[in-house]
Write a protein that binds this ligand. Structure first.
Ligand code: 5GP
Length: 133
């Protein structure tokens, strides 16, 4: 079981953003910018391009809704999208609120992100996601 499957199962706590039958979104524990979110399929597949066409496209549509919720809460110009997958072998899309290119630099993480701020962001983005219907 991957660490992300354990998060989805609730065995490991996370700052949950959104969930449906097939996908789960939560804040990255080491964000590069505030609101940095991971979107993962509940199905355990390592490499994103090994997902079926249907799962891959549904995942991007789910990410689109998460991005809209993020953008309504976090002041930013756009929500950037990245896929790396070098650390955790469970496909995931990074959604990162950005105003400038440097906001998406994976070499510069926010040092010791305040748990209260993370929880506040997650609650607000979750609320915005639910309101999108
Ligand atoms: P990647 O696999 O895309 O290279 O990086 C994995 C990402 O998952 C990293 O940005 C890392 O901070 C995040 N991550 C790793 N373990 C956990 C975890 O237990 N909880 C959360 N919320 N994020 C994690």
């Amino acid at each position: 079981m991957t660490i992300f499957s354990r998060i989805i199962a609730g065995e490991i706590p996370s700052y949950k953003i959104a969930e449906d039958d097939n996908f789960f979104a939560f804040l990255d524990i080491n964000p590069v910018s505030w609101g940095h979110t991971l979107v993962v399929p509940k199905q355990e597949t390592d490499y994103i391009f090994d997902l079926s066409d249907e799962t891959l496209s549904d995942m991007m549509v789910f990410a689109k809704k998460v991005a809209a919720a993020l953008k309504s809460v976090i002041p930013c110009r756009k929500v950037g999208v990245a896929v790396l997958g070098l650390e955790v072998p469970h496909a995931h899309i990074h959604l990162i609120p950005i105003t400038k290119e440097g906001d998406m630099d994976f070499k510069h993480k926010i040092a010791d992100p305040d748990p209260a701020r993370m929880a506040d962001i997650a609650a607000k983005v979750n609320d915005a996601f639910e309101k999108l219907g």
